[in-house]
Design a protein around this ligand. Structure first.
Ligand code: COI
Length: 356
């Protein structure tokens, strides 16, 4: 059942917490704005949404999302231009991906225009929470989870959809070191790798922890069948510059999340005349190119991570140091472009921003 546009009830918080925030020290995902939007699904339809003060949820211990993982989410960012207009980066792409996640996880969809509209409403109410500093944003987290209090495996009949927001700084504060993973897997063909569902992140924790113990920030996941092809990096998609061409795994496979930032990187690179190859990328070709010094740039692309330049790549017992960050013409240019665009400093030539 697709949610149509309806009235939203608004209950404002009696005291804003905004003056308690240390704006010079904003850890990612730990500071929450004053309000959240909540919308319940029952009897086959979405009820009216309500915006209310950000607060704890009360849940039945048998809430099915906790036990069986019917839970999906999105992430996007809002900034302000110098006139105070709010700019949200490509929310319609997140809305589309959310619909796809709903379908894969047997959850009720929300019409994409309604999804974007609800986001605008909650961001508008907490627009003072949008940081003004370069590289900082208001991170928007819409999510949906199954709320039936029931022990048993079936799609829930009831759901909760919530949107809250957090002012954030960088997710990665420095270039990252990543390891090509050849044993553990993030997603297998036919599984839920393309859906932005909670379990994909839970499954990545243990292998990522092992890699962190070896000094890496993240893994580069490879395909589950043969560990022959590069997929993504869990918190972000991955892009290489090899022999002067941008090379990135194609998202045609259902094991890779269709990243909004990565899509934007590909589109802007093509717009600038850079050759982009979206295709199957083998571990072998990347490792050979690393050995031969033909990888001139490599970076992760994600909403939280933005453009996370990669300093080192580990593969088995080899550790490859990539060229200096200053020499990374492509990722530096894209990073600056996206930061400037999101804060309205340059023209929105590709019509990516929703402004209000
Ligand atoms: C995002 O980029 O929005 C994500 O959900 C990834 C997570 C590392 C925060």
């Amino acid at each position: 059942m697709i949610k149509d546009s309806r009235e939203i009830k608004i209950k404002k918080s009696l005291r804003s917490r905004i003056t308690d925030v240390d704006w010079d020290n904003l850890p990612f995902g730990k500071v929450f704005s004053d309000h959240m939007l909540v919308m319940d699904y029952k009897d086959g339809q979405w009820e009216d949404a309500e915006i209310m003060p950000f607060e704890d949820l009360q849940m039945h211990p048998a809430t099915s999302a906790i036990h069986y993982g019917q839970s999906i989410f999105e992430g996007m960012k809002a900034n302000k231009d110098e006139d105070g207009n709010v700019l949200i980066f490509r929310p319609h792409l997140n809305a589309k991906r959310f619909t796809e996640s709903c379908e894969r996880m047997c959850m009720p969809a929300i019409a994409e225009e309604v999804f974007v509209d609800l986001i605008k409403k909650v961001v508008d109410l907490d627009r003072d929470w949008i940081p003004n500093k370069p590289g900082y944003s208001l991170y928007i987290r819409p999510f949906m989870f199954a709320t039936d209090d029931f022990i048993g495996i079936k799609p829930s009949d009831t759901y909760k959809f919530i949107i809250f927001t957090c002012p954030v700084g960088a997710y990665y504060t420095a270039p990252v070191n990543v390891k090509i993973e050849e044993y553990y897997t993030r997603a297998a063909q036919g599984g839920v790798g393309r859906a932005k569902t909670a379990g994909n992140y839970a499954a990545s924790l243990y292998p990522a922890k092992l890699a962190q113990e070896q000094g890496f920030h993240q893994l580069i996941w490879t395909d589950a069948a043969e560990h022959k092809y590069i997929e993504e990096s869990g918190t972000m998609n991955i892009v290489f510059e090899i022999d002067g061409k941008m090379v990135t795994p194609s998202e045609d496979m259902d094991t890779i999340l269709r990243g909004v930032t990565k899509r934007s990187v590909v589109e802007i690179a093509k717009h600038w005349g850079i050759t982009v190859e979206e295709r199957k990328v083998t571990v072998e070709e990347v490792v050979n190119a690393l050995r031969e010094g033909r990888v001139t740039d490599a970076f992760g692309a994600g909403t939280a991570a933005t453009i996370a330049q990669i300093a080192k790549i580990g593969f088995r017992d080899e550790l490859f140091e990539l060229p200096s960050i200053e020499s990374r013409t492509t990722s530096n240019k894209i990073k600056t472009y996206l930061t400037d665009l999101k804060s309205g400093k340059i023209e929105d030539e590709l019509n990516w921003l929703v402004e209000f």
